[in-house]
Design a protein around this ligand. Structure first.
Ligand code: MN
Length: 128
């Protein structure tokens, strides 16, 4: 496994995906990308990212179901997964945490805050 922290971004909106990727790459994170939950699960199984930023609203399987599948497999159960969604009501946040997400990021993404948010969520971040 690489010492370089790796973040898997699962996001169906190309602009949001590019924004998050560019910000994280700029501050030194390696990133992986998926536009669907199905692809995200496959990448997670193979690459074991340190963190998954999981868009909740996705075509086909949504982020909550994808989280359930990650947790159900021993190989991916321990990966940190953060819900990313524009739904910002308090009850939504509680629902996502109850579903087993390790955290919650609101859209629109705050590009100045994102690196710090990700650093706080990554286990054992050793980024210089
Ligand atoms: Mn979406």
């Amino acid at each position: 496994m690489s010492a370089e922290p790796c973040v898997l971004i699962v996001e169906d909106n190309p602009r949001n995906l590019k924004l998050v990727r560019d910000v994280l790459n700029h501050v030194g994170y390696r990133t992986l990308e998926a536009c669907t939950a199905e692809d995200g699960l496959e990448i997670a199984r193979v690459e074991h990212p340190g963190l998954i930023l999981m868009d909740v609203q996705l075509p086909g399987m949504d982020g909550v179901e994808a989280l359930g599948r990650l947790r159900a497999e021993p190989g991916t159960a321990g990966i940190r997964v953060v819900a990313v969604t524009a739904l910002a009501m308090k009850e939504d946040r509680e629902r996502f945490l109850a579903a087993g997400f390790d955290g919650y990021l609101e859209k629109p993404i705050d590009v100045r805050e994102l690196p710090r948010q990700v650093a706080a969520l990554l286990p054992g971040d050793d980024r210089p």
